[in-house]
Design a binder for this molecule. Structure first.
Ligand code: PLP
Length: 396
């Protein structure tokens, strides 16, 4: 008889955002007039920039003319977008050629799918807490996971432990959920460790556009030695507001090899089997987002979100609540006051001040007692939220 993949039974029961919705809906049904402010989910709220819209409109028109219509595109993405991404790397002093870039429909699928090119018995190292996709996609693929502790003592930026010998290492910086960002020295330690263990770092840079401190690295390829041990996964979602448009890319240096096999060649083979490319219209929009004008418009949106983050952070400082993130990242990661656990704090925020955030425990055991606030909300909501958060001191 046919059997289902039993690894699905090993997943944690309630996906965090489903449980958040359930509790929020239940509260709303009992309190229909409550004005709930959502600072939970990491989706953007500002619309696409004019320059992206114009490029996409033009691309739609091209699709309506026989002479300019396009069907299936190249699996790795159109040359015009890969060249634009390659040029964008130069901003960070990184030399990545267009043929080292593989365009996709977003970083979520890439971070999960990339595992398919590695042997199934490879040991995977994942920081705890983490973006849940790394863990869940490893579990359903029947992979073995070892965790490394991110905690308040290491400012949620764990460094390699040489007694553990993984083959695959997930790193995310700026980090979701903690907002923590690795500096160059710290990333160099990870690169040295990966080289020593002949391991591969899967570096998720989905939030790199939020980095403002000039000495912080945007790309793992700013670090010496990384071209021999790292794959970078990036996205247009958070910087250019593409969460609903869908476009990302994987960068695999041509000299990254396992044995005599190029990792990039393996990835392209995998993509050609299971993926038929990102739409021309989307790729035109993404290329426009990387034009001078597109970057300027994205930076305006990013600074809007960062102003939100700064207002939230200032409020937490006033209340003397420990937190990190918010400066080079859209997320603020706070310690729940009075040692309250994450879900109890969620309930307090929801029921006492009508704010929805994300319990840290949903991102791993080390997230227990912590809480994530997102700065992707509307300014007027964030303003109201800060006023309400100030009342917390009298409520708990
Ligand atoms: N990586 C991280 C760390 C994320 O937080 C997210 C989305 O929230 C993604 C990847 C997914 O990005 P995309 O929208 O490109 O699939």
């Amino acid at each position: 008889m046919i059997k289902l993949n039993e690894n699905f039974n090993k997943l944690k029961k309630n996906y965090i955002f489903a449980e958040i919705s359930r509790r929020t809906e239940e509260y709303k049904s009992q309190n229909p007039t409550a004005q709930i402010i959502k600072l939970g989910i990491g989706d953007v709220t500002l619309p696409l920039s004019d320059c992206v819209l114009n490029a996409m409109h033009e691309a739609v028109n091209e699709m309506g003319e026989a002479a300019t219509f396009r069907g299936y595109g190249p699996y790795e993405g159109y040359e015009f977008l890969r060249s634009a991404i390659s040029k964008n790397y130069l901003k960070y002093g990184v030399d990545i050629q267009a043929d080292e870039i593989y365009v996709s429909d977003g970083a979520k699928s890439d971070t999960a799918n990339i595992l398919e090119i590695f042997q199934t018995d490879e040991n995977i190292l994942i920081p705890n807490p983490t973006y849940p996709v790394y863990v869940d996609s490893s579990i359903v693929a029947g992979r073995s996971i070892c965790y490394i502790n991110a905690n308040k003592d290491n400012n949620f930026l764990p460094l390699p432990d040489y007694s553990v010998k993984p083959s695959i290492i997930y790193l995310c910086s700026p980090n979701n959920p903690t907002g923590a960002v690795y500096n160059r020295d710290e990333l160099k330690k990870w690169v040295d460790y990966a080289l020593r263990n002949q391991a591969i770092i899967l570096f998720d840079a989905a939030y790199e556009t939020f980095i403002e401190d000039s000495d912080l690295p945007h790309s793992i390829f700013e670090i010496e030695g990384s071209r021999h041990c790292a794959v970078e996964i990036c996205s247009f979602s958070k910087g250019a507001g593409f969460t609903g448009v869908r476009c990302g890319y994987v960068t695999i240096p041509n000299n990254l090899k396992i044995g005599d096999k190029r990792v990039g060649e393996m990835w392209l083979r995998r993509q050609s089997i299971k993926f038929n490319g990102t739409s021309y219209i989307t790729q035109k929009g993404a290329a426009a987002a990387l034009s001078k004008e597109g970057i300027e418009q994205s930076l305006k949106n990013i600074s809007y979100y960062k102003e939100n983050a700064s207002m939230l952070s200032e409020t937490l400082k006033e209340l003397d609540i420990w937190h990190i993130g918010g400066k080079n990242s859209p997320y603020i990661w706070l310690k729940c006051p009075n040692n309250i656990n994450s879900w109890d704090f969620f309930d307090i925020l929801l029921t006492r001040i009508n704010i929805v955030g994300t319990p840290g425990s949903g991102f791993g055991t080390n997230g227990e007692g912590f809480f994530r606030l997102s700065s992707f909300g509307k300014r007027e909501d964030v303003k109201k939220a800060t006023e309400r958060i100030k009342k917390l001191q009298y409520l708990i």
